[in-house]
Design a protein around this ligand. Structure first.
Ligand code: ZN
Length: 88
């Protein structure tokens, strides 16, 4: 099976902001580092705006809005991915 997914350590409910968790990898209390990546909702928004008749440039706006993006939590100490918060 070609599963290219990065192993994710689930540490509990994650929001779209940094949370304090006990890292299962390095066993320290850390404040997660959050990376925002364009998720499904971003693309839906993009498509939605596009079909509403916005000019091409406007439909790229969702890609600049962190609120619409998936939040990936990583441990700042050992860089382990602790979880991904998805919008959908
Ligand atoms: Zn860690």
């Amino acid at each position: 099976m070609a599963n290219a997914q990065i192993p994710v350590v689930a540490v509990g409910p994650l929001g779209d902001g940094p949370v304090q968790v006990s890292c299962p990898q390095c066993h320290q209390m850390v404040l997660t580092q959050v990376d925002y990546s364009s998720g499904l909702l971003t693309y839906l928004f993009c498509g939605g705006l596009f079909f509403c008749g916005f000019v091409l440039g406007c439909c790229l706006i969702p890609f600049c809005v962190d609120r619409l993006k998936d939040a990936k939590h990583t441990c700042p100490t050992c860089k382990t991915i602790l979880g991904v918060y998805k919008r959908l």
